[in-house]
Write a protein that binds this ligand. Structure first.
Ligand code: PRX
Length: 627
């Protein structure tokens, strides 16, 4: 890329080889003809029956897309490729943390998914039933997701780093009769017993009838007769045939729910559908990561988050891509593990998060320079703003200055990239450039007016898009209230941003009580309710403070109940308690014991005042402060 003082411009070669060579032309077409734009993408996919109408807005904000169409996302992920020249192409190359590897072709993936679909059917899993999946990063996680979708069941993947408590809460909320888990996972050479965690969650739940356990580590686990079954044994039964027709789901039938943190203590289940979600992730991956048939693509996220759902599982499979899945940590056993994988498999596209880039950058350039990374063509970033220093390192040391960086802004709720470059676009480090064609966005002030260039405001989306969430499962009111009430008719992202005079967007961060820690999304309320569930704690407040590697780190303030002694050891005990209640990702950096918390007269904790105090900044308007 050539830097002209303002922009990093892609080389002629990149532009000439890209699917989209003229972003402005495509954007103009999409904004003038959104229906034509989206339906032309949809036409590239298979439908059992085409739609009567592209968009039904009659019950906004409960929008419907591809009305009355019949499809099944797995038909497009599997059958279409199995019936084409891609039959024996690799769908996944998997590498375990312990160095073991597996390659799975489209044909094999099709067989495995059909077999497991039949297993689920034999357990009476029906269309619309929710199945919870709690596993490490193994191919069976993908197989389980696809098998649910194939029979019209709805998957609810819970990230393998969540605790017993969090898993229990999600199983109960979704009323899952079946839970799929594994015996354990490797974590930096250590074994984590996921089956134990699952047992803890399931034992207390009245809803689960079957637990299916994948053998990964071979460690000793408890198997409860009548309830627990081994995956590999089920897959050998005659019932597990390699034939299972995809259920003809309605475009608006639910595909999955995915819990994410919001502003209350209870995580919300974001619901996505078969039709619109499929079109959005297919088109966005194709154009943004410029997918070519011969590419080897690696999204290094966890399939348990939306990035994994959209861009490890569905997007790549819809595009018939070969993806890499790596089980372990980026720097295990050495800080060049990722670079070794890039070289070994000839990865062309690498998509990861700023926190991982910063984490690897700190080990110096030499680890990357040991490896031939010349196969890389495009790089990607997601999850939080990327600081220019990390962007430049990623560009120069990893991409050798020739790989455009796709800094993609999006959310669990949006399903697909919303602000993102395409390879043909000039880049600025730290900006995701402009909204994806067909997406209308704006930045508003408190009253709903567009702010001037370079001014900060609330980031909103002004028109519905096919891969948008449809609701919060089981809570339509909260969906309306949380996303659509502040500015009627517009989707409120919860982020603040500014737009520069070139029309480039710069996302600043969350404006609600959500903290992004190492790209993970956590609600202050979840952490606070975990803290006050500890017997010694009377009140608690959690805030995010800038952190060099993690982006943000959690800092907590607690008021103890009167009469509590031995407070010295309490912060460490509370950290353990949070690990147990929420999971290791939520463990605070620091917990301070205080006598008072700043509150409004109505008793709400003013986190912004705590934050300003901690940063030594002016706390701003204090007129609502009680004391
Ligand atoms: O604050 C934004 C930040 O991540 C939030 C969404 O989190 P989640 O639903 O977990 O999805 C993460 C992966 C899609 C957003 O509201 N965020 C995500 N991508 C970026 C980002 N902030 C800045 N730049 C990004 N590229």
């Amino acid at each position: 890329m050539n830097f002209d003082g303002n922009f990093y411009n892609p080389s002629e070669e990149v532009v000439n080889n890209a699917h989209i060579k003229d972003w402005n032309k495509l954007n103009k077409f999409a904004s003038e003809n959104p229906e034509k734009f989206w339906t032309s993408m949809a036409e590239e996919l298979h439908w059992f029956k085409k739609w009567d109408k592209f968009l039904d807005e009659s019950n906004a904000p409960f929008y419907q897309f591809f009305v009355n169409a019949k499809t099944n996302i797995t038909y497009n992920c599997l059958d279409v490729h199995k019936n084409s020249y891609r039959r024996n192409k690799l769908a996944y190359i998997w590498e375990g943390e312990d160095g073991s590897t597996r390659s799975i072709s489209y044909n094999e993936l099709y067989n495995e998914v059909c077999k497991f679909s039949n297993v689920l059917k034999s357990m009476n899993v029906q269309k619309g039933d929710i199945v919870t999946i709690y596993m490490g990063r193994v191919p069976e996680l993908v197989i389980a997701m696809l098998a649910c979708a194939r029979i019209g069941a709805v998957h609810s993947v819970v990230y393998g780093g969540f605790s017993t408590e969090s898993l229990h809460e999600r199983i109960e909320d979704s009323v899952s009769k079946v839970v799929i888990t594994c015996d354990g996972a490797y974590q930096r050479g250590k074994l984590v017993n996921l089956k134990d965690i699952t047992d803890g969650a399931v034992d207390r739940s009245g809803v689960v009838q079957h637990v299916i356990c994948v053998k990964r580590t071979g460690q000793e686990v408890n198997m409860l007769a009548g309830r627990d079954m081994w995956y590999h044994e089920l897959m050998q039964l005659p019932i597990a045939s390699i034939h299972c027709k995809a259920e003809q789901t309605d475009a608006e039938d639910p595909l999955f729910i995915l819990y994410t943190s919001g502003t209350t203590g209870k995580p919300k289940a974001i619901l996505h559908t078969h039709g619109g979600y499929m079109v959005g992730v297919y088109a966005s991956l194709k154009y943004v990561f410029d997918i070519k048939d011969e590419d080897r693509y690696w999204c290094a996220a966890d399939p348990g988050w939306i990035t994994g759902h959209s861009y490890i599982v569905y997007g790549p499979l819809l595009n018939g891509t070969t993806s890499i899945i790596y089980e372990g940590a980026p720097n295990f056993p050495f800080p060049d593990r990722w670079w070794e994988i890039v070289e070994k498999y000839g990865v062309n596209i690498l998509y990861t998060a700023p926190t991982a880039i910063r984490g690897l950058m700190r080990f110096g350039d030499a680890w990357a320079k040991r490896h031939d990374l010349s196969s890389l063509r495009l790089l990607g970033s997601v999850g939080e703003p990327i600081n220019p220093e990390a962007w430049r390192w990623y560009n120069e040391v990893i991409g050798d200055g020739k790989c455009p960086i796709m800094d993609t802004w999006w959310q669990t709720e949006t399903g697909m990239f919303m602000i993102t470059p395409m390879p043909c676009m000039p880049l600025k480090p730290g900006s995701g450039t402009k909204p994806f064609p067909g997406i209308e966005m704006d930045i508003l002030d408190e009253e709903g007016n567009s702010v001037a260039d370079n001014e900060e405001g609330f980031l909103v989306i002004k028109n519905p898009w096919p891969s948008m969430m449809r609701t919060i499962y089981g809570n339509d009111e909260r969906y309306v209230e949380q996303y659509w009430q502040k500015y009627p008719g517009m989707y409120m992202t919860g982020d603040s941003a500014r737009r520069d005079s070139d029309g480039y967007y710069w996302v600043i961060g969350r404006v609600d009580d959500v903290i992004k820690v190492s790209g993970y999304r956590l609600g202050t309320a979840e952490i606070e309710s975990a803290l006050v569930s500890y017997p010694d704690v009377a009140e608690a407040a959690a805030i995010g403070l800038p952190h060099e590697l993690k982006g943000n780190a959690i800092h907590c303030f607690v008021i103890l109940k009167s009469g509590v002694t031995n407070a010295d050891e309490l912060p460490d005990k509370l950290k353990l308690h949070i690990r147990h209640e929420v999971g290791p990702i939520a463990v605070p950096e620091k917990i301070e014991i205080v006598d008072k918390l700043p509150k409004t007269r109505s008793g709400k904790i003013m986190r912004r005042v705590l934050k300003a105090q901690a940063l030594g900044q002016d706390p701003g308007n204090l007129s609502t402060l009680e004391d």
